[in-house]
Design a protein around this ligand. Structure first.
Ligand SMILES: NC(=O)c1ccc[n+]([C@@H]2O[C@H](COP(=O)([O-])OP(=O)(O)OC[C@H]3O[C@@H](n4cnc5c(N)ncnc54)[C@H](OP(=O)(O)O)[C@@H]3O)[C@@H](O)[C@H]2O)c1
Length: 504
C-alpha cells in the first residue's frame, strides 16, 4: 500500500471551533439510555476540553422520581472510572434534575417559571435554551405539545431551540404530523433534527473534498462515473432494542435518513455558499431528483433480508432475539438501486445497502469510475483491469482511499492495484455527539435535517415499505447467515447490471 497521508492538522480551535454563547441544556427523557450513555458523556467531554460556554447548565427532566443528587450519581455510574475525579465534581455541579408529569400542565409550567429562572440567572445564559428530546419517538408529539401549552410559545423567542433525535416519524403521514406539531410550537430555524451519523468527520468532509479540490469535481458526473455504492454495514444485531426494531426494520432505521442523506451529499450540486440553508437546498434538490420506485417491479430495485443463525451457530438469528416475534418478517438488511433523474447522474445507478450482523462493520461511499476507453495493456497484462475507485470511509478509520493501477516493480509488464490512502486516524477531535451539540449551541443547522429533507425521503420510502409489508409470504432468499455478506439476492441485484458489490 502506498501511503500519502503525511499530514498534520492545525489545532482544532484554529479551524473554526468557537466557544458558544452561554446556554442551558434541558433534556426530556433524561433518565434514559441516550442521555446517560451518549448525551451527557459528550457534554462532559466538551467540558473537559473547555469547549462549553462560560455559563452553562444541564437540567434533566423525566417522570422517574429522583433528586439532582441521585441523578448525578446515575450519570457518574455511566462514566468510565478514569474520567471521574476533581473535574467530574466541577462538572456535576452544573447538572440538575427535576421529575415531571407530562399530563399535568402545572408540572412543566413550574419547570419554566420556577426551576429554570434561577439556574439561568446563576449561569448568565440570558434565556438561551436548548430543549433536547431524548424520549422514545412515540411521545415526541406529546412532549412538544406539553411544552407548548406550559408557557409562552417557544416560537416567539428565537433563543429557544429544540433538538429531536431520529427517527422522525414512521412513515410520511406520521412524520408530517410530527412536523406540524413541531412547527406549531417552534419555527424551522429553531429545530435541529439530528442524525448523529451525519456529524462524522468524513461525512462533513464529503463536501469539503468535492468542492475544495479541483481534481475530482470535473469527474463527478455520468461521463466518468460508472456507479456509486453506499454501504452501512454493522456486525452487531439489534442488542436490547427489539421493541423499536420490530416496528422499524432497516428501511426506516437506516435508509430514511442516514442512507438518503449520504446519497444527497454525494449527488448534490455545489451550493453557491457553504451555508446551512444553501447546502440544505441542494440536498433537497438531489432528493427531489430520485426516481420513484416502481412498486409493480420492486424486485428489480430492492432486496431485503433477515439474519439467521450463523453457520457455526455461535450467533443467534433475528427471530431468536429476545423480544422478536418467532415469525417476524422485519428486514434487517436491504439493498436498493436508485436512479437520479438529472443531467449529472443520468444513467448512473446508486446502489445502497445496509444491514445488521454482516461480516464487517463499515460505512463507506465508493465511487466507481468508468474503465479506460481503450485497454492497450490487454496483451501484456491479460484480462480486464480494475477501474479506479474512490472510497470515502465514514467509519471505522475515517478517511479517503483512491484505488489506482500501477506497474508492478520488476522486469515483467504487470499491473497491480495500489491504494492512495488518507486517514484521520486519531485526529478526529470531536465525537459525533460533541459536534452536534456544539453546532446546536452555535446555531449552525448545516448538519441537521430540514423539514423538506425528511418529507422527501419519506415520500420515496413510505410506498415501498407499505408494498413490502403488504406482501404475503417471504421469498426463499430472505434469510442470510449472521456474519455473512448479506442475502445472495443482493449480489444478484448488481450482477444483473454486470457489476458486483465491494467485498465487506
Ligand atoms: N439509545 C441510543 O443509543 C440512541 C441512539 C440514537 C438515537 N436514539 C434515539 O434517542 C431517543 C431516546 O432513546 P433512549 O434509548 O434513551 O430511549 P429510552 O431509554 O427508551 O427512553 C428515554 C426516557 O424516556 C422516558 N419515557 C419512556 N416512555 C415514556 C413515555 N411514554 N412518556 C414520556 N417519557 C417516557 C423514560 O424516562 P422516565 O420514565 O423517567 O420518564 C426513559 O428513561 C429515541 O428517540 C431513540 O430513537 C437513541
Amino acid at each position: 500500500m502506498v501511503t500519502v497521508d503525511e499530514h498534520s492538522f492545525p489545532p482544532a480551535d484554529s479551524c473554526g471551533i468557537t466557544i458558544p454563547e452561554p446556554c442551558g441544556l434541558i433534556i426530556f427523557g433524561a433518565s434514559g439510555d441516550l442521555a446517560r450513555r451518549k448525551l451527557v458523556p459528550a457534554v462532559y467531554r466538551l467540558f473537559r476540553q473547555q469547549l462549553l460556554p462560560r455559563g452553562f447548565f444541564v437540567l434533566g427532566l423525566a417522570r422517574t422520581a429522583m433528586d439532582s443528587h441521585r441523578y448525578r450519581e446515575l450519570l457518574r455510574e455511566a462514566t468510565p472510572e478514569e474520567c471521574v475525579g476533581e473535574c467530574w465534581q466541577r462538572f456535576a455541579a452544573l447538572i440538575h434534575y427535576r421529575p415531571i408529569d407530562y399530563g399535568d400542565p402545572a408540572s412543566l409550567r413550574a419547570v419554566l417559571s420556577e426551576t429554570l429562572p434561577p439556574l439561568e440567572e446563576n449561569a448568565g445564559t440570558g434565556g438561551n435554551r436548548i430543549f433536547y428530546l431524548a424520549t422514545p419517538p412515540a411521545v415526541y408529539g406529546e412532549v412538544i405539545s406539553a411544552l407548548h401549552r406550559a408557557g409562552p410559545a417557544p416560537a416567539a423567542d428565537a433563543r429557544n431551540k429544540i433538538v429531536i433525535e431520529k427517527p422522525f416519524g414512521t412513515d410520511l403521514e406520521s412524520s408530517r404530523r410530527l412536523n406540524r406539531i413541531l412547527l406549531d410550537a417552534f419555527r424551522e430555524s429553531q429545530v435541529y433534527r439530528i442524525d448523529h451519523y451525519l456529524a462524522k468527520e468524513t461525512v462533513q468532509n464529503i463536501l469539503m473534498f468535492r468542492f475544495a479540490n479541483s481534481l475530482f469535481e470535473p469527474l463527478w458526473n455520468r461521463r466518468y462515473i460508472d456507479h456509486v455504492q453506499i454501504t452501512a454495514a454493522e456486525t452487531i444485531g439489534i442488542e436490547q432494542r427489539a421493541g423499536y426494531y420490530e416496528q422499524a426494520g432497516v428501511l426506516r432505521d437506516m435508509f430514511q435518513n442516514h442512507m438518503f442523506q449520504l446519497l444527497a451529499l454525494t449527488a448534490m450540486e455545489p451550493p453557491s455558499l457553504f451555508s446551512a440553508s444553501r447546502v440544505r437546498d441542494e440536498k433537497a434538490k438531489a432528493l427531489q431528483s430520485i426516481r420513484p420506485f416502481p412498486l409493480e417491479r420492486l424486485d428489480e430495485f430492492l432486496v431485503t433480508g433477515q439474519y439467521a443463525r450463523s453457520s457455526d451457530a455461535s450467533i443467534r438469528g433475528y427471530r431468536e432475539e429476545r423480544g422478536v416475534a418467532a415469525d417476524s418478517a422485519v428486514p434487517t438488511y436491504a439493498a436498493l438501486k436508485v436512479w437520479i433523474d438529472n443531467w449529472r447522474w443520468h444513467g448512473v445507478p446508486f446502489y445502497l445497502r445496509s444491514g445488521k450482523r454482516l461480516k464487517r462493520r463499515t460505512t463507506e461511499i465508493a465511487i466507481r469510475f468508468r474503465p479506460v476507453p481503450h485497454m492497450m495493456f490487454s496483451r501484456s497484462v491479460g484480462g480486464d483491469i480494475e477501474a479506479n475507485t474512490l472510497v470515502l470511509r465514514v467509519q471505522p478509520d475515517e478517511g479517503i482511499q483512491l484505488e489506482i493501477q500501477a506497474k508492478h516493480p520488476g522486469s515483467r509488464m504487470c499491473l497491480m492495484p495500489v491504494n492512495l490512502d488518507f486517514s484521520y486516524r486519531g485526529d478526529v477531535s470531536l465525537s459525533a455527539y460533541e459536534r452536534v451539540l456544539l453546532d446546536c449551541m452555535e446555531g449552525d443547522q448545516m448538519l441537521f435535517v430540514r423539514e423538506d429533507g425528511v418529507d422527501l425521503s419519506w415520500s420515496l420510502l413510505s410506498p415501498v415499505i407499505r408494498a413490502l409489508e403488504g406482501r404475503k409470504g417471504l421469498p426463499d432468499t430472505f434469510f442470510y447467515r449472521a456474519g455473512s455478506e448479506g442475502p445472495d439476492a443482493a449480489a444478484a441485484l448488481l450482477e444483473r447490471d454486470g457489476r458486483k458489490w465491494r467485498e465487506l
